[in-house]
Write a protein that binds this ligand. Structure first.
Ligand code: NAD
Ligand code: UDP
Length: 311
């Protein structure tokens, strides 16, 4: 049994990770400032004596004796991370420094939830880890993209300079139950719009692509990444390489919900990446043959069911 800290543990991905770690028999400290997370996401874990919930902001240091740290604290949706851009970059950078400091002192292994956004609007397709990206440093997405890029730099420097045991994963668009209903991400937006019979809002012409990973596949990859040999740091892409246009996603959501909603087109936000697909060769090789098991239709059905019961 290990004592494991999950920052951002009350969020969408964090809550699934906490659940899995408890099921695997570990002690879990879930740390969150509830900016985009909620106690509702982890209320079913509160009775477990191996689960501890702490209200804390990662931009200030945190003290605890832990064996492993999963650093997820950071708003992830464009709507939420642009709401207070300065706070977003502080969370990524100061949060990384504080958690790396904790890992250094406790000799814990620390995993960073990085993102496909480090590739920006990519000129290489699909994106391998060796690609350095095409990121606008001064745009409206920069607080998130550059914050996460700087966090990766800090992880590598703490590793090289202080021998901190680090793991970096680059997460591609992930969806599933417990996504925040107002976070504006495309899967939750379309499902909620379809269930309410509202217009489905496609930004631009809908030809931009994304590759959608179901949350259970991601959690499995995170656990396997943490268990890799100490010499292996990543970064490793985790995502589902099946790529869809946003228009196709809208059509699938309409079909699966049986909704009468109509598709409308709204302006495309600036710096919106045109295409995104992970190259997962490294993940397959380094994470013991890991690959996503849940394809989009199956995952959408689960997520639709979740939002149906919530509404
Ligand atoms: P989320 O918004 O549901 O979760 C983030 C959690 O971090 C929330 O519970 C929030 O309250 C908490 N948090 C934010 N700022 C904090 C702070 N200063 N101190 C403490 N807690 C704070 O988003 P998510 O989709 O679960 O994302 C989790 C992590 O995975 C994020 O780091 C995100 O960048 C990364 N990621 C997610 C995706 C995706 O598609 N979901 C893709 C790439 C990377
Ligand atoms: N998008 C859309 N309608 C929405 C929300 C998003 O067409 O209601 C588009 C958005 O412009 C982007 C894609 O869907 O091209 C994915 O957006 P999301 O915010 O989910 O994630 P990210 O852009 O960070 O990949």
């Amino acid at each position: 049994m290990k004592r494991i800290l999950v920052t951002g543990g009350a969020g969408f991905i964090g809550s699934h990770l906490c659940e899995r770690l408890l099921n695997d028999g570990h002690e879990v400290i879930c740390l969150d400032n509830y900016f985009t997370g909620s106690r509702h996401n982890i209320v079913h874990l509160l009775h477990n004596p191996r689960f501890e919930l702490v209200r804390h902001d990662v931009i200030t240091p945190f003290m605890a004796e832990v064996d492993e740290i999963y650093n997820l604290a950071c708003p992830a949706s464009p709507v939420h991370y642009q709401f207070n851009a300065i706070k977003t970059i502080k969370t990524s950078v100061m949060g990384a420094i504080n958690m790396l400091g904790l890992a250094k002192r406790t000799r814990a292994t620390i995993l960073q939830a990085s993102t496909s956004e480090v590739y920006g609007d990519p000129h290489v397709h699909p994106q391998p880890e060796s690609y350095w990206g095409n990121v606008n440093p001064i745009g409206i997405r920069s607080c998130y993209d550059e914050g996460k890029r700087c966090a990766e730099t800090l992880f590598m420097d703490y590793h090289r300079q202080n021998h901190v045991k680090i793991k970096i994963i680059r997460i591609f668009n992930t969806y599933g139950p417990r996504m925040h209903p107002q976070d504006g991400r495309v899967v939750s937006n379309f499902i909620i719009q379809a269930l309410k019979g509202n217009d489905i809002t496609i930004y631009g012409d809908g030809s931009q692509t994304r590759s959608f990973q179901y949350v259970d596949d991601l959690v499995e990859a995170m656990i396997r990444m943490m268990a890799t040999p100490e010499s292996f740091t990543g970064p490793v892409n985790t995502g589902n390489p099946n790529e869809f246009t946003i228009l196709r996603l809208a059509q699938m959501v309409i079909e699966l919900t049986g909704s009468a909603s109509k598709i409308v087109h709204l302006p495309l936000p600036s710096d919106d990446p045109k295409q995104r697909q992970p190259d997962i060769s490294l993940a397959k090789a380094a994470l013991g043959g890991w690959e996503p098991k849940i394809q989009l239709e199956e995952g959408l059905k689960e997520t639709i069911e979740y939002f149906r019961t919530k509404s």
